[in-house]
Design a protein around this ligand. Structure first.
Ligand code: PGA
Length: 252
């Protein structure tokens, strides 16, 4: 029985065509199951509205965004407005994913602006942190994470902490098939919790990095792991469902 509500969050990244999306939901609906966990999906931005409509009819999945801008409106061609996300009823946004940090050079100070603005609109924020392989091997894991938390969550208003979630995603485990062991993950999750100044006990801390139906149970067995942020395995309805099913069992 978990202390906190278990969340399975699918990060679809830049994947899925309309045909694949409808196939995903047809398969999901065939697999009748009662969800005890929270099941969330972040599709690419162009599909958010479509998924919201489908999710509204199927009822059990909440839809979010993979990123947002640090401004609400203006001359920012190609950006995704957090105000706009809130306006169309999006529930959550992922901020600071390692692909945003490494490919698009997003720094902690920029991410801090995004986090604060998204929270101010009532969006739930999944703020991602994680070390590279080099950083882990040189013993810097905890200092890197601490820095990402300190700078990325600077000036977080205490009353908004309830809408903040953290995802620990070791960069070396994302899309590589190498998962951190449950023990490695738990060690960092406990560290993250110890660093949170408000709502520490209530905050959902997700693990991400090659989570699959065959390793989710051992991760969820750990006290400070409250769910998973899942890339590859969330694209297949069967795997996503298996993850939700493990999470539902962990809730009981
Ligand atoms: P993965 O991706 O599950 O494919 O490793 C996780 C993520 O990037 O959020």
């Amino acid at each position: 029985m978990k202390k906190r509500e278990v969340h399975i969050v699918g990060n679809w990244k830049m994947n899925q065509t309309l045909v694949e999306i409808s196939q995903f939901f047809i398969e999901m609906s065939k697999m009748k199951m009662e969800l005890k966990c929270k099941a969330w999906i972040a599709p690419q931005a162009i599909h958010i509205s479509i998924l919201k409509e489908i999710a509204f009819t199927t009822g059990s999945i909440q839809i979010g965004a993979q990123n947002c801008c640090e401004h609400d409106s203006g001359a920012y061609t190609g950006e995704i407005s957090p105000l706009g996300l809130a306006d169309i009823g999006v529930e959550f946004v992922i901020i600071g994913h390692s692909e945003r940090r490494t490919i698009y050079g997003e720094q902690n100070s920029l991410l801090n602006k995004k986090v604060l603005l998204a929270l101010s609109h009532g969006l739930k924020v999944i703020y991602c942190v994680g070390e590279t392989l080099e950083e882990r091997e040189s013993g810097q894991t905890f200092s890197i994470i601490e820095n990402q938390l300190d700078l990325g969550l600077k000036n977080l208003p205490a009353e908004q902490a309830k809408n903040l979630m953290i995802a620990y995603e070791p960069v070396w485990a994302i899309g590589t098939g190498k998962t951190a062991t449950a023990e490695q993950a738990e060690e960092v999750h406990a560290f993250i919790r110890s660093k949170l100044t408000t709502q520490a006990e209530q905050t959902i801390i997700l693990y991400g990095g090659s989570v699959k139906p065959d390793n989710i149970d051992s991760l969820l067995a750990k006290e400070n792991i409250d769910g998973a942020l899942v890339g590859g395995a969330s694209l297949k309805a069967q795997d996503f469902r298996a993850l939700c099913s493990s999470a539902s069992t962990a809730m009981m």
